[in-house]
Each structure stands twice: as C-alpha cells, then as structure tokens.
Write a protein that binds this ligand. Sequence first.
Ligand code: UDP
Length: 351
Amino acid sequence: MTPLKILTIVGARPQFIKAAAISRAIREIDGLSEVMIHTGQHFDSNMSDIFFEELDIRQPQHHLAINGGGHGDMTGRMLIAIEPILVAERPDWVVVYGDTNSTLAGSLAASKLHIPVAHVEAGLRSYNRRMPEEINRVVTDHLSTLHFCPTATAVANLAVEGVTQGVHHVGDVMYDATLFAIDKAEKASTALSDLKLRPKEYAVATVHRAENTDDPRQLRAVVQFLQERAESHPVVLPLHPRTRQAASRMGVSLDRLRVIEPVGYLDMVKLLHHAVGVYTDSGGVQKEAYFHRVPCITLRDETEWTETVTHGWNRLWKGPERGTPREIEEYGKGRAAFDIVHLLASNRAST
Ligand code: UDP
C-alpha cells in the first residue's frame, strides 16, 4: 500500500508548535508521509524560523511567502497559491490548525478539490463574530471531515451546530508540546538569567489579538492594566510585531513594562514555568499557564478555553476572582498528537 500522505498547512506561530507535535508522531508511525505548506503569514526569524529549529520540524516543501494586506487579500492569495499545490501533491488528508487565515484558505482550497480536511483544535468558540479567528474556525469546522477537539466543550459546541460525524475528543496537542519542551527548556534556556529575573518574582504577558491592538482606547486600557501589575512585580512582555506597530502608531507608551522581542518556544516555556502570574490575550498561553500551574488573567471579555476559568486557574480581566484550582483532565495526557495521527491513518478507507 502506498504511504498515507498527510499535507500539513501552517503559517502562524501557534501552528508551528502544534504541527511540530503531530509531525513527530507522523515520523514515528510506519506507513505515513508528510508534506508541509508554510503560507508565510508569520515570517520573521523570531516568529517562524526559530520554531522550526527548536522543535525539530523539517523545512516545508512549499513556502508561499504570503503575508500582510487585509483579510480578503491575504486569504485570497493563499487560496490561489494552495490550490495548484494540492492538485500536484494529491494528499490523502489536508491537516489545518486552529483559526488563522491560513487555516481558512487551506480548508477551503482542499474541500473544493474534494480532499478531506482534518481540523486540529476543532470546535472552539468565543461566540464573538467580530473576531476574525471565530469566522475562520466556524467555516473550517463546517468544511472538515475529521474534527480533533481539545475539550469536551468543543465537542458540545460542534453538536449545537449539527456537526457530530468525525468528531473526536483527543485532548490538547499544546500539552504534548509543553511536555516535549519542558526538560529541554530548563536545560537550554538562559532567559531568566539573561533578563535578570528570579523564579516566582515576575509575570509574563502577551498581547496580540486584533480586538486589543486595533483600537487605541483598548490598547491603552490593556497597557495600563499591565503597568498597574508592574507595581507589584516585573512584567515581561515579549512583544508581538503587530502590537509593537500598533503602540508606536497610536503613541501608546509601554514604559514600566519589561518589553522584549518575541522569544523562541524554549525561552517561552522557561519564562512561563517560573512565572508568578500570566496576563494574556493568547489562546495558547492561557492553557500553558495552567500546564505550568501558574494563575492567569485573560485580557479579553470572553475565552474559548472556559475550563481554565471553571477550574480556578484563569479569570477574565473584568470578570470575577478565580475559584479554588482543580486539575483539568480533558486536555489529556500528552498523547493527543499520536491519537490524531492514528485516527488519520485509520480513517483513510472511509474518505
Ligand atoms: N509564544 C512563544 N514566544 C513568544 C510568545 C508566545 O513561543 O514570544 C508561544 C506561546 O508559548 C504559545 C504560542 O506561542 O505556545 C501562542 O501563540 P500566539 O499567542 O501567537 O497565538 P494563539 O495561541 O493566541 O493562537
């Protein structure tokens, strides 16, 4: 039998981290091959290359170098570029991740060519259609054949929309990624000493969502919140390029925060692991705070990762205090990537 060909589409930082976990599983299971398209949505060395180096991901066979422009422009260019690659590669599965324009373009291109799509991180909902990510995930879920859900809530969200076929609660591949990296990060990362930080005496913040960066009043409010926190402990802010540009364009001062360039995954794992608190609008970082058992405040008005709140590890910045922390079982035991790859292999005949 010819090897099962999995075509992975990535483009943004969190997708490199998730795809790395699945790539490793693909390489460990016989009879599978992988081809990767990098759309180029994130392209700086510290937003892209470093993840390929640190996480042992092979270089993508196809690099589209598509970034910038409006949503329609970017997604349209990706769609145009992805289609002929899919026609030439003829994969058994197209695997897309999360909720970016690369996810949407990949799932749209594949489904129009009748190539089955598998969505990793399916079923997440903020129920806020003003978020571009929400539109990307809803459309992708409805175009996908296999839905790999990180949580029971995600499974229930899909059921409400009538999506019940091919739905699997596999746990969270980002937990796999954390387990893969933690020992390496402890040994290899010099982030704490470089930044002259002591364990449990600093917090980590990240801000990049359009809802926080596109409106000057909102960005000012978020920065002010972080600056108030910085009165108690240093707040380290690895600054996303979009936020850096927005702050500079809007004249929002970031003084009193320890602003640094975006860091690689191992440095981020090290920083999170030893932090006293996490303040973030990132989906991934909210969960990672829990993986490292660090309390989190989410700089948004809603979260897709509701179990982090209900289990006492996270709260919304304008929401009630955290409850008593309890373990979250549904993210799994760090085997989500293997389960996903086995499901891709075993569903081959039915596609
Ligand atoms: N991350 C990183 N370096 C940074 C900031 C974040 O490695 O400077 C990692 C973080 O640990 C998490 C992922 O990037 O694994 C989250 O990506 P992002 O916040 O960009 O996207 P989201 O999770 O909100 O989709």
